[in-house]
Write a protein that binds this ligand. Sequence first.
Ligand SMILES: [Zn+2]
Length: 331
Amino acid sequence: MPQVTNYMFFSDASTSACAAVSYLRVKTSDGEYRVSLLMAKTKVAPLKKITVPCLELNGALLASKVPSKVLDTLQLPSITIYCWSDSKTTLSWIRSNPGKHKQYVANRITKIQELTTIDCWRYVPTKSNPADIASRGVYPSQLHSLDLWWSGPTWLQKDEGEWPEQKFVVSDVQEGKPVSSKSKLMKLNPMIDDTGIVRLNGRLKNALLTVSERFPIILPKESKLTSLLIDQAHNATMHGGKQTTINFLRRRYWIIDCRSSVQKFIRRCLICCRHKPQPTTQILGILPTPRCTAAAPLRHSGLDYAGPYAIRTSKGRGHRSYKGWALKLFI
Ligand SMILES: [Zn+2]
């Protein structure tokens, strides 16, 4: 007997329309998840020009109206609901206090918060968002082959632990909530300064260093700003090596996974590549016949020496070191 597990509601918006798509996620008796399309709803974007985050918020509002309809129609026992959006701004708005926003945004946030619980809202990358297909529009001839549309993103068929990670650390920090234990920021004990910048709150609070050295700005591993800063640091250190570039950056910034980002950057630097000294290799001589012919032991013998090595007769002060050679006997 299949067991109903979750309802999924995806939302998205483009400048032409906003869309909501819902799915039923069922765990079958053999332990697999099956996801099927329940219903979809679209609405053309208003003629009045409004910003993309506001359009995305309208999409989320459309999606938040769907659960009550689906729940009433299907009359299934109470199960978990997840709502998804690919707009981080919309998600942080939904999690915020409506009073802080302008009337237009505040009204919509209030409505969404009435219709759904805040915790059910999650982030979905755009390429895995089936509502994106509806908001952009697609030809009927293409629709039948779009698996994303008919059965949702493939990760919905996996366990919850393998779903896209939630990235709301900054809003958690802003609201004074503890940072998620899964987040890479957890170890950095982040804090937000007066200007709204997330900084590392390390142990150097009392050190005689500048503020930016004591509390460097935390930056993500992959962003345009991060790569521009690495570029600047690498140039400022006259094409310095990995450690030099990192040390220069750490005076002001704490880039997550800095080492690998800097290494990746230096590896792509044309000037460094051109000037990288190539280690020379010696072409070894041809081996004499006894060295490459099988023979009885002690038939041939060879002598080689290596050195000089600095040799001391005893440890401690007052003992000079002497040159010594190592003799090698090959039999
Ligand atoms: Zn370089």
